[in-house]
Design a protein around this ligand. Sequence first.
Ligand SMILES: [Zn+2]
Length: 277
Amino acid sequence: MRSVAFTVDVDRDVNLACHGEICSISNAQNGDRSPRFTSSAQGLQRILELLRESGVKGTFFWEGRTADEMSDRLDLAKIMEDHETAVHGYDHEDFPGKETGIPLDEGQVREVLDRAEMALDRTFGRNRRGFRAPYQRTSAPLLAELCRRRYLYDSSDTAPMVSGKVSPYRRPDGLLEAPVCWSLDRKGHKIVSYLWPYHEGKRPMTDYQEMMDQLDEGLLVIATHSWHLVESFSGGLLSKDMVQRGTEDLLSFLRHGQETGVEFVTLADHLRRTNEL
Ligand SMILES: [Zn+2]
């Protein structure tokens, strides 16, 4: 079976970790670097539209603060009802403190997860969920706490596709890991199934279609951010035409998968079906 999970991190616009600060900021606009959520909300609505058009269920990793902020302007429970919701921190924390210089200890990890879970439960209803760490950066206290709370899975790792195969695996501590994937493109360069370079104009979408073509067996986890469809890190807010082109590219990616025998699944559904959950 060739399965692909289309996953979206729904977090503050163009987020960045700052030295000495636990909460992430947004890339500054007119000198203001406080968190913004407008691009994220607009991109989310576009992504949901194209998933509906193509009949694909996605997995959405929600930052708790973003769920709280967007709840004021969108009926999130309603628009997300066909999709999987999972956890992505509360304030987009850099858990190991790689860039902030503040590694979160056990107590701080518990506090962040409590706040994030409460925000998601309030917004979407109580549920057991999966997790992806902001910046895909985990830490020992974080992973231990995810185990203790019986999270469905973690999806922060990046694993290679070997001979056309990549699959979730169980970590020694018992936590399921559904990694994002890397492989080599036709020129022999490393390509990761995170669409960042596409959105920053560094790779065409066809590179990712070719990556999907390489999959013979298992689960390929494709990842992106909702804001990245309407705002880029290097170019700021995108023109209407560019947003439209990005939407069409994503749609053609999904169609290409469907035309070539890929089954699009949510992470939780895939893990349940393969009896790992
Ligand atoms: Zn994120």
